[in-house]
Ligand binder design. Sequence first.
Ligand code: KG4
Ligand code: ZN
Length: 341
Amino acid sequence: MNYSIKTDNITILAIESSCDETSASVCRDGIILSNIIANQNVHAQYGGVVPELASRAHLQNIVPVVDTALKNANVELREIDAFAFTQTPGLIGALLVGSGFSKSLALACNKPLIAVHHMQAHVLGNLIENPKPSFPFLCLTVSGGHTQIIFAESALEMKVIGETIDDAAGEAFDKTAKLLGLPYPGGPLIDKYAISGNPDRFRFAEPQVPDLNFSFSGLKTSVLYFMQKEMAQNSKFIEDNFNDLCASVQKTIVHILLKKLTSAALQTGIKTICLAGGVSANSALRKGLEAIGKENNWQTYIPAFEYCTDNAAMIAIAAFHKYKSGDFSSLSEQVKARASW
Ligand code: KG4
Ligand code: ZN
């Protein structure tokens, strides 16, 4: 279908449902008017996201979440110029809920549909607030499912220049937290206990991965073996050294991340550096980035926490840029578990 493209007052309703947050956002001319996020507590008891339960929770949440997003933005459905949804990557059943809902709205309102790449949207989350980074910039996206260094030339042109070959940084936090007996997701708890711990107390081997890629699966094993060895001497080793263990694990993960980010900045000559994804909430990563940024004369950007974790505001911003270039999707557009760039 051909749609006439508006040049101002562009109002977009975006839906994010790729994992375990059901979110809807209304944005006008790149300014976020609302961003509603419903978390799914149902997964905590299983120690990770259960796909089937995520889909069901999305189905329960989607109507009230979209309704609240419109109400809080003070926008009527008939004022929406385009409907956006997360197309990839994510859990298929979860993605289908958001895409099906968006498609139905687009069809009923006879407005364009915009499919958004979740990882590109994470990067563009940096454009939500002021001051905004100017292109080109690098973005370290660190979440429970992804660890990537992105070279962003513009809002529509990005490439992955480094990524994890196994676990994501968030998984490294969550899996080591589990070894320490913490509930899922353990990342924020490691951060909390690390504040009172000594980060230099224990050392864990860092992986040697070529180029700008990362590997985190070895860290979990190295922490496990270390603790088993120590527990053979002192069965209360974890209890006795809890905060120091958290601080040391956190220091290792942050060091691995910032080392590759620094290499990426040197290789590309880019000094505008952004963070994205849930792990960017980590206090040591934020402080570390700030310190390295000062040393290297970088301009650094970290979105507010609500725009770092999964949210529909970042989908709306990405969709706004796609709208301006007329990049619309057909109603038969498919969702995809794995993303290509
Ligand atoms: O982006 P996100 O909300 O969801 C996806 O994975 O897509 O990221 C969640 C991840 C989890 O692994 C969680 O443990 C981690 O972000 N995380 C943290 C912190 N806050 C969230 N990890 C370390 N320190 C934190 N403060
Ligand atoms: Zn995400």
